[in-house]
Write a protein that binds this ligand. Structure first.
Ligand SMILES: Nc1ncnc2c1ncn2[C@@H]1O[C@H](COP(=O)(O)OP(=O)(O)OP(=O)(O)O)[C@@H](O)[C@H]1O
Ligand SMILES: [Mg+2]
Length: 231
């Protein structure tokens, strides 16, 4: 077995101070390998999003270590951290985070803008991603005029443009009707199978969790089970 892509060792995360302190993660350890699909499940408030934000290097643990390909991520700071996050990870969150009054294409090329990729290349890759998600005809529409499923597919297109190794998805189908949700799920699992993109998905949806290679169940800030699909 190859070295883990992400390795989490005894991670704790507390919010607030003194009597306001809340221990959202209380000592979590896990490994994620390249190409896996992993569901993070558990009740509301159990710490799922907190764990995902730490894995995605969007926040730092109060204690413990997160290593990316064997490198302690504490050694990544400032621009190096932003660059690593932007080129390694794609994000698909429930609330979309699209800029409403901007075109679909402009939304999709944003991670490439951040990466300093030139205008022509941005447009080419942005349109290719939109074609992959069957949204090329909506490229010039304002994001706010899209349907829910189209918004979520736009978010996936945006997550793909930098050829990420991992896609983090927090309730990717939570705001969608079941038919549209199924389409979005299929797209994510196709990316996993065909391009080896690691999927890390926070979900309340049992069926979505069941499609993943592994389910990590969190309760009150602790992992209570970490179960791989029987081979
Ligand atoms: N910035 C913050 N300040 C204080 N407490 C926080 C903060 N963020 C999260 N928490 C608390 O940490 C706990 C874990 O939150 P988290 O968002 O990880 O839960 P979750 O499992 O993703 O829940 P949900 O399914 O409702 O999204 C919750 O009790 C929450 O209130
Ligand atoms: Mg959450």
């Amino acid at each position: 077995m190859t070295a883990p892509f992400l390795s989490v060792t005894d991670v704790r995360k507390s919010y607030g101070r003194g009597s306001n302190r809340f221990d959202a993660l209380r000592g979590v350890s896990l490994d994620i390998h390249q190409g896996e699909s992993v569901a993070i499940i558990g009740k509301s408030g159990s710490g799922k999003s907190t764990l995902m934000h730490l894995l995605a290097l969007l926040d730092q643990p109060t204690d413990g270590t997160i290593a990316l390909e064997g490198v302690d991520t504490r050694s990544l700071r400032g621009r190096a951290l932003n660059r690593t996050r932007n080129k390694t990870f794609g994000f698909v969150f429930q609330q979309f985070f699209l800029t409403a009054n901007t075109s679909v294409l402009e939304n999709v090329v944003l991670p490439m803008k951040i990466a300093g990729i030139g205008r022509g290349e941005r447009k080419r890759r942005g349109m290719a991603a939109l074609e992959q998600l069957e949204l090329a005809d909506k490229a010039r529409n304002k994001a706010l005029n899209l349907s829910g499923g189209q918004k979520q597919r736009t978010v996936i297109a945006r997550a793909l443009v930098n050829n990420p190794r991992v896609i983090f998805a927090d309730e990717p189908t939570g705001n969608l009707d079941s038919a549209t949700g199924a389409v979005v799920e299929d797209i994510l699992f196709d990316l996993n199978r065909e391009h080896g993109i690691t999927l890390i998905i926070v979900t309340h949806d049992e069926e979505l969790a069941a499609r993943c290679d592994r389910r990590i169940h969190i309760r009150d800030g602790l992992i209570i089970s970490n179960e791989a699909l029987a081979a």
